[in-house]
Design a binder for this molecule. Structure first.
Ligand code: C2E
Ligand code: MG
Ligand code: MG
Ligand code: MG
Length: 280
């Protein structure tokens, strides 16, 4: 009986893996046409300062699949990264962000906009030229653009990363380390990079203020950032208690469902434009 169960289990496992491989292949094929089919959208999450005032906005990709429904970026970004489709997707998001920045700057808004940049996108040979071209064609103020990179992206080739970041920083673009603390954080590289901010990963924020280890980690990041002159954004702020703890410990910017859920880019933009025209 044990043998039979074992065999069944093995068969089930194989079938499971097969389904996973097939889903991945299907996603990859469908992802290739997703932009052209207008299935990709952008959601924007507002970040606030410690007084609750808007301090920035992060652009987040969403895939509205005609059959499968909403597909989370956690599912399709890895597929896009492996297949190289991230290059087209990443350029598209960057273009949308710069168009929004350009539109907003025309009505006098000076809100920084953050865009996630994947390792493959950042390391592609023409990346710096591509960013320059997007800035030139959209007329976006480079000083309002923040590129979010990950620790793994920096580790891949630190010298190359530093070179690229310096070229882009010379245009006024700022850099943020996303999901800070979840990768191979070497304090040595933090010093060498033209960085503007760190984003504390939501896994550290989630159990504050009751978890002693997490409050210690968050406080250490805040204190280190202060000494390195870096701004800190806390991700995944969901409760008042978390917000109060972060503000009491001088975290500069807060992002999470407690303050604001990601909203459709059209809705976000029209809200800001309406507010802008009221001021004039
Ligand atoms: P991320 O860059 O760390 O983005 C923050 C994620 O946390 C977003 O998930 C956001 O919706 C979610 N979030 C915000 N507030 C809260 C909260 O209070 N609680 C919880 N539990 N979650 C919160 P999302 O939109 O599903 O994106 C997941 C990841 O996919 C992003 O993590 C980013 O790494 C990646 N991603 C999204 N858009 C892009 C893109 O345009 N390019 C690249 N390369 N990656 C992207
Ligand atoms: Mg991010
Ligand atoms: Mg991330
Ligand atoms: Mg993050």
């Amino acid at each position: 009986r044990a043998k039979k169960r074992g065999r069944n289990h093995a068969a089930f496992f194989t079938q499971d893996m097969q389904v996973e491989v097939e889903l991945r292949l299907a996603l990859e094929n469908e992802l290739a046409c997703a932009i052209a089919n207008q299935e990709m959208t952008i959601y924007v999450q507002t970040q606030v300062d410690c007084e609750g005032q808007p301090a920035g906005a992060e652009f987040l990709l969403r895939w509205r699949h005609p059959v499968r429904g909403q597909i989370s970026p956690a599912q399709f970004i890895p597929v896009a990264e492996e297949s190289g489709l991230i290059l087209g997707l990443g350029a598209w998001v960057l273009g949308q962000a710069c168009m929004a920045l350009s539109t907003l700057s025309k009505v006098g808004h000076r809100l920084p906009v953050s865009v996630n940049v994947s390792p493959r996108q950042f390391h592609q040979p023409g990346f710096v030229a591509q960013v320059k071209e997007i800035l030139a064609t959209t007329g976006a103020p480079a000083g309002q653009l923040i590129l979010e990179v990950t620790e793994s992206l920096l580790i891949d080739d630190l010298d190359e990363a530093i070179g690229r970041m310096n070229e882009l920083a010379a245009l006024g673009i700022r850099f943020s380390i996303d999901d800070f603390g979840t990768g191979y954080s070497s304090l040595a590289y933090l010093k060498r990079l033209p960085l503007h901010e760190l984003k504390i990963d939501k896994s550290f924020v989630q159990d504050t203020p009751h978890n002693g280890n997490d409050t210690a980690i968050v406080n250490s990041i805040l204190s280190m950032a202060r000494h390195l002159n870096l701004k800190v954004v806390a991700e995944g702020v969901e409760t008042r208690a978390q917000a109060e703890f972060l503000i009491a410990n001088h975290c500069h910017v807060l992002q999470g469902y407690f303050y604001s859920r990601p909203e459709d880019i059209e809705q976000w933009l029209s809200r800001l434009l309406a507010a802008g025209s009221q001021e004039n």
